[in-house]
Design a protein around this ligand. Structure first.
Ligand code: NAD
Length: 429
């Protein structure tokens, strides 16, 4: 590569279902059920704003490389937009647009006063030094200084970014406005305004919604088994908290493979193992390595928690799923083509925009605390987040009963209805 080419590998998005199309197909069904008028439909079907930035960064070898980055603001009618920033070589504008829209629906479903956004930079953070990543994050922040802001657009971590990047972003933004501005970003380190309870928040929300769904099915947590795909932040916390409620976790997986133990995996032990093995389960002896990692999705368990990547449940494997309940920890783990098969089989699905919204809920609490200049206790965070998750679950469940529709579509109905009603009240076109 020469010094001034834009680093852009071909993204493999077209090899799988386009997440934007997946999102839109569900949106269209919900819009039809709601009888959404054409005007509001046309406003909501496309993002409010899409910003593409070219970011020149001096690499450690002294050469300049230009990275392409995005920030998509899907909608801000409910409040400032909120959404993570992804660093990955496969970042694609269509994916960012879908993720931004999902953030609008997610914030609306849990009734927090935010719109939706998402950002991304095409880069491979695993091959970059800490210094290069810092310069890239600062360049991105500077390029988007007029987009970001505690009352405008509030980023957070996503794949490939974490508290470290959020600290750099907060620092760079604060310099541009000449005042420390902790509320411009969430997911910060605890010492600089992060919230207690944020790390486990998404997995905890998965647990709360799984228990609520089990109750609807008339099942006790102590009499069911589960398989969890992905053993990162969301998967490991969901598995830990579900097992503490008595659910027998028979299978877990990560990039190294899937691990099965019919007697139940000791989740604390598995987490301790991965923590000293570079975050991976390779060689974990408390369970047997499954021959085919994808078999976890069709394993003989009552509850399936996909908590890794998009589009893992498809029209090709949905027929073989044995679980009665799917709780989507990941964003977009089920492709739209699998929906009819899952519905026909009578599997209850707690959809991503509801099941994993515990994360953005506690991000909202972080922003509230930053603006209050006051720190909440962990109990305050947990108790309030659990209540929000339970209320949102019940609202979506009742909507699914009222319209006789799956919970996925019901979640879109609840969200789109809230956004559409707000447009009616605010008006202004
Ligand atoms: P993470 O990077 O902490 O963990 C991802 C895990 O998935 C790792 O264990 C990895 O090894 C595993 N994995 C990757 N590809 C896999 C595959 N093909 N099969 C099995 N395992 C695989 O990420 P995370 O924060 O836990 O996020 C997981 C999902 O949850 C993503 O879809 C993310 O967008 C979504 N999500 C995360 C949060 C959050 O607060 N972290 C909030 C909402 C949604």
């Amino acid at each position: 590569m020469t010094a001034h080419t834009v680093y852009k590998e071909p993204a493999p998005i077209m090899d799988r279902e386009n997440p934007l199309e997946s999102m839109m197909s569900r949106f269209n069904i919900a819009a039809e059920i709601l009888g959404l008028d054409d005007e509001t439909y046309n406003v909501l079907k496309a993002p409010d704003k899409q910003v593409i930035v070219n970011l020149p960064v001096t690499m450690d070898n002294g050469k300049l490389r230009v990275f392409e980055g995005y920030r998509v603001i899907h909608n801000t009618i409910l409040g400032p937009s909120k959404g993570g920033i992804r660093y990955d070589k496969h970042v694609h504008l269509d994916e960012v647009k879908a993720l931004a829209a999902w953030m609008t629906w997610k914030c609306a479903v849990v009734d927090i006063p935010y719109g939706g956004a998402k950002g991304g930079i095409i880069c491979d953070p695993t091959t970059m030094s800490v210094g290069e990543l810092e310069r890239l994050t600062r360049a991105y922040t500077l390029a988007l200084k007029d987009v970001f802001g505690p009352d405008r657009d509030i980023p957070a971590p996503d794949m490939g970014t974490g508290p470290r990047e959020m600290a750099w972003l907060m620092d760079e933004f604060s310099k541009t406005v000449g005042a420390t501005s902790p509320a411009v970003v969430t997911g910060k380190p605890l010492v600089m305004g992060g919230s207690l309870g944020r790390t486990e928040a998404t997995g905890r929300g998965v647990m709360v919604s799984a228990l609520a769904a089990l109750a609807k099915l008339g099942l006790e947590p102590t009499e069911v088994s589960a398989a969890v795909q992905g053993f990162g932040n969301v998967g490991s916390w969901a598995a830990k908290l579900l097992s503490e409620k008595g659910v027998k976790i028979k299978a877990v997986s990560d990039v190294s493979g899937a691990y099965w133990n019919a007697d139940g995996i000791n989740i604390d032990e598995a987490i301790a193992y991965k923590n000293v093995h570079a975050g991976r389960l390779d060689g974990y002896a408390g369970a047997t390595l499954m021959e085919n990692a994808d078999d976890l999705l069709t394993a003989d368990v009552d509850v399936l928690v996909p908590a890794a990547v998009e589009d893992v449940i498809t029209e090709h494997n949905a027929r073989d799923i044995k679980a009665k309940l799917i709780v989507e920890g990941a964003n977009g783990p089920t492709s739209a083509s699998a929906d009819p098969i899952i519905n026909e089989k009578g599997i209850l699905v707690v959809p991503d925009i509801l099941a994993n919204s515990g994360g953005v809920t506690v991000s909202y609490f972080e922003w509230v605390q930053n603006r209050q200049g006051f720190k909440w206790t962990e109990e305050m965070v947990t108790e309030r987040a659990d209540r929000i998750m339970s209320d949102a679950f019940e609202k979506v469940y009742q909507t699914s009963v009222k319209y006789k529709i799956p919970m996925r579509i019901a979640a879109y109905v609840v969200s789109i209805d809230k956004v559409a009603q707000t447009y009616k009240f605010r008006g202004g076109f």
